[in-house]
Write a protein that binds this ligand. Structure first.
Ligand code: PLP
Length: 462
């Protein structure tokens, strides 16, 4: 058995003094995880359950079963055969903008900012959970054959008036900063469910408008994201016909995200990229509660073991996953610390990442899988948003820019260099792939995007 550095005092501390000081001062930093294990375990704990590669494959199979129905509901999916996916692309021009030396690997982008239907990474987890719920209701009401995978089970049957009448008896509800609400609300109402989205006061007006136009009930709450979730959860508890999507506790969400790993694997293979000892894969994932990046990191770890290195990226004022991962050591008691406990404000323009407390489920799953967490200032988000537009012609929202400072921190910072040395990677960087995950942007209104872009431009000429 490996020793667990979280409980064994003889190990180096889980966070060093300099990184802790940067965290408290809201200065950008890179924390690396001393508990990261090399090889993948067959299963890892996630809440009440252990999850394995079989669960990742089951989520992928569910998306595949629904594909014919999704084409009917969303004509824009016809060209992809009903698959909700994004392109993988090389980013040589952005690599030059970031001044990342070719000798230390190649920059690639997974373009989830362009995912159809939701316009963000939430299309993966959010839609998966709505589909899983729809499938369970359909089975219970005899709308499908006894087993989901039965041959002859044509999921297009779920678009018939008879099926929609059944779905209309149920409500799907969610608490959200915006993007999760968009994905859940749009998919739930497309299937015929009643849909309610509980939003915090800081949610963007255009997101509320988009939902209301689709017949989704938007419930506004005065407090922060956490309070919107709590209110929604409470309301749902009292209603047996209501399914509440719980961003902080949902395994279905996490597994929906994890299915991305299987598709990415096919894309990497087509591009001739096969992670191995002399071709390490570094993945930089924007992190809010942690469900999306943890799901993806879990899936990738099951496929690539020690050859994949997943780093989460958080705003300096909202590093909830970082405080969750180091909190156990600092308080001695584990628990679920918040960024407020560290004197931080949780105020950031990266609204998809403005979360004060991490998902404990995601953190449990990441204990030995996560390579590290980096933090980034809002100004840097706008600079990278602008750089990406100018160099690659990609249009992303501020949250989606969080990963771009990752490679620099890893390759040039002290903590990053120490990580590479510790894992014997210094000689392998020529063959490295740095994959930045861009997580949202497609549906940001032009006027709003122009403001982001102008702010980035102004910062760069200062
Ligand atoms: C939600 C979101 C994330 C992070 O997902 P979590 O599951 O909250 O960690 C990243 N980027 C964008 C644009 C998002 O909306």
């Amino acid at each position: 058995m490996r020793e667990n550095p979280y409980t064994d005092g003889s190990h180096s501390p889980v966070i060093d003094a300099a990184t802790l000081a940067a965290l408290r001062a809201a200065a950008p930093c890179l924390w690396t995880n001393p508990a990261r294990a090399g090889a993948a375990r067959a299963s890892v704990p996630a809440g009440d359950k252990d999850i394995s590669l079989a669960d990742v494959k089951a989520a992928r199979a569910r998306f595949d079963r629904f594909a014919p129905l999704l084409i009917e509901l969303f004509p824009e999916l016809a060209s992809s055969g009903g698959s909700i996916e994004s392109a993988l692309r090389a980013a040589p021009a952005m690599q030059r903008e970031l001044a990342l030396p070719q000798a230390l690997g190649a920059l690639w982008i997974k373009t989830d900012h362009s995912l159809p239907i939701a316009g963000s990474i939430k299309a993966r987890g959010g839609i998966h959970e709505v589909l899983e719920f729809a499938e369970s209701v359909a089975l219970r009401h005899g709308l499908l054959g006894a087993q989901p995978g039965d041959a002859g089970n044509d999921y297009r049957r779920l678009a018939t008036p008879q099926a929609r009448e059944v779905f209309s008896r149920y409500q799907v509800a969610v608490g959200s900063t915006g993007n999760l609400g968009l994905s859940i609300g749009v998919m739930a109402s497309a299937l015929g469910f009643r849909a309610a989205v509980h939003m915090s006061a800081d949610a963007k007006p255009w997101k509320k408008d988009r939902l209301r136009k689709r017949g989704v009930e938007v419930v506004e709450h005065a407090g922060d994201y956490q309070q919107a979730v709590a209110a929604g959860r409470e309301q749902a508890r009292q209603d047996p016909y209501c399914h509440f999507v719980d961003d902080e506790r949902s395994l279905s969400l996490l597994l929906g995200y994890s299915a991305a790993a299987l598709h990415l694997d096919e894309q990497l293979t087509r591009c001739g990229i096969r992670p191995r000892a002399d071709k390490p894969l570094f993945v930089y994932l924007p992190c809010g509660v942690g469900g999306a990046p943890a799901g993806i990191a879990f899936g990738l770890k099951q496929l690539y073991g020690e050859h994949v290195h997943c780093f989460f990226a958080e705003p300096t004022q909202s590093p909830c996953f970082l405080v969750q991962m180091v909190g156990a050591e600092l308080t001695g008691a584990g628990g679920n610390p918040s960024v407020y406990d560290y004197g931080l404000t949780n105020r950031t323009e990266a609204d998809g990442l403005a979360v004060p407390r991490a998902s404990e489920l995601a953190a449990a799953a990441m204990r030995e899988i996560l390579s590290g967490v980096l933090t980034v200032r809002d100004d840097r988000l706008f600079v990278d948003l602008h750089r990406l537009a100018e160099s690659e012609g990609l249009r992303i929202e501020p949250s989606a820019a969080a990963g771009f400072s990752g490679p620099e921190l890893l390759l040039q910072g002290e903590a990053g260099k120490a990580y590479l040395a510790r894992h014997g990677l210094e000689g392998a960087m020529q063959g490295a792939t740095h994959l930045v995950w861009t997580t949202g942007g497609l549906f940001v209104p032009d006027e709003e995007y122009q403001r982001f872009h102008a702010r980035g431009a102004a910062l760069r000429t200062q």
